[in-house]
Ligand binder design. Structure first.
Ligand SMILES: Nc1ncnc2c1ncn2[C@@H]1O[C@H](COP(=O)(O)OP(=O)(O)OP(=O)(O)O)[C@@H](O)[C@H]1O
Ligand SMILES: [Mg+2]
Length: 314
């Protein structure tokens, strides 16, 4: 097992990704706890639509930042789609309304309608997290992401987000241009800012997000996988997609590893796992591959999370 120092995780954001059910929430919680024990103020966030931090910490978390450890400064938050959409509306609602109402008579409800467009919520999640990080209330934010595909889509956010906004605004622009031409005929309401100024604002937000997620000093990406064909395959895919987007992954946790070959079943299982572990080590020579043994029980409650922390950072 490669030894990793917890100091290596003294960044602003740690993003834990991987396929469904491989132990993302478990590892994110264990890393968060270890960082909190290391005198950092830590927030662990789950953006999974099925809340899971409440289960592992055995405490109702929900969409409020909730302290989950009596001694250490460890907080948890389950980000719901409602809260992300609410923030999105607060951020973009007035601008969108300003733009559209400058040439059309609309109710503010129209903003809700735009906010319900597919993708907006995921697209805005990254900004939500960036704001939490930059808000400075925490030393580190550990993000337990939704299963792989979902998160990758999220990380394409900046481009997607702009494309989405631009597609919508092109339509308004055309209409706006047309109305400008005939403005003597129709009475056009004055917009405080021009549409182009507003779009420029969206663009710079998007650039800010890109710079943030690509800054290796601030953000660390970690992938959790299992030593089985499907886990290995998906890891390859996730890694190349992240790296294509210039997001560097340094650490891979291989979870559910059989510790003792104490029976025929475990011998066979270990042989199978060893094959995939060797493959991962050979394929990702320059990455830190951490093996995490399968405990004989499920990981629930601070004591058990602590055991995982110790296994990861001995
Ligand atoms: N090393 C381990 N030893 C024993 N049990 C483990 C270990 N890692 C994870 N588990 C158990 O496996 C189950 C799935 O783990 P976890 O919820 O962390 O996965 P996940 O990747 O977050 O899943 P999802 O994609 O559904 O969010 C849980 O019941 C957890 O307790
Ligand atoms: Mg989970």
């Amino acid at each position: 097992m490669s030894l990793v120092n917890i100091e290596d995780f003294h960044v602003k954001l740690i993003m834990v990704g991987g396929k469904g059910g491989v132990g993302k929430t478990t590892c994110a919680s264990a890393i968060a706890l270890k960082l909190a024990m290391d005198k950092r103020k830590v927030l662990v966030i789950s953006s999974d639509p099925t809340p899971s931090l409440s289960d592992i910490f055995e405490k109702e978390v929900g969409d409020r930042e909730t302290r989950v450890h009596d001694e250490y400064e460890l907080y948890a938050l389950e980000v719901s789609s409602e809260i992300v959409l609410k923030r999105w509306k607060e951020r973009f609602g007035p601008e969108i309304y300003e733009v559209i109402s400058s040439f059309a008579s609309i109710d503010y409800d129209f903003v809700d309608y735009i906010g319900s467009a597919p993708g907006i919520e995921e697209e805005y999640m990254l900004n939500f997290i960036m704001e939490l990080v930059e808000g400075g209330s925490y030393d580190v934010v550990v993000w337990d992401t939704a299963p792989a595909g979902h998160t990758l889509r999220l990380l394409k956010l900046p481009e997607l987000f702009l494309a989405h906004m631009e597609a919508a605004t092109k339509f308004y622009m055309n209409m706006y241009g047309y109305l400008e031409k005939i403005k003597d005929a129709v009475k056009l309401k004055e917009s405080k800012r021009t549409l182009l100024e507003i779009i420029a604002g969206w663009e710079s937000l998007s650039e800010k997000i890109v710079a943030f997620i690509r800054n290796p000093e601030a953000v660390k990406y970690l992938i959790v996988t299992i030593p089985e064909a499907l886990g290995v395959k998906l890891t390859g895919r996730v890694l190349s997609e992240l790296e294509e987007n210039q997001l560097k992954v340094e650490n891979i946790i291989v979870n559910n590893v059989v510790k003792d070959e104490d029976c025929e079943f475990h011998r066979k299982r270990k042989a199978m796992q060893d094959h995939y572990i060797d493959f991962l080590k050979n394929t990702y020579e320059n990455k830190n591959i951490m093996l995490l043994y399968c405990a004989p029980y499920e990981i629930k409650g601070v004591e058990r999370i602590m055991e995982i922390s110790r296994a990861l950072f001995p």
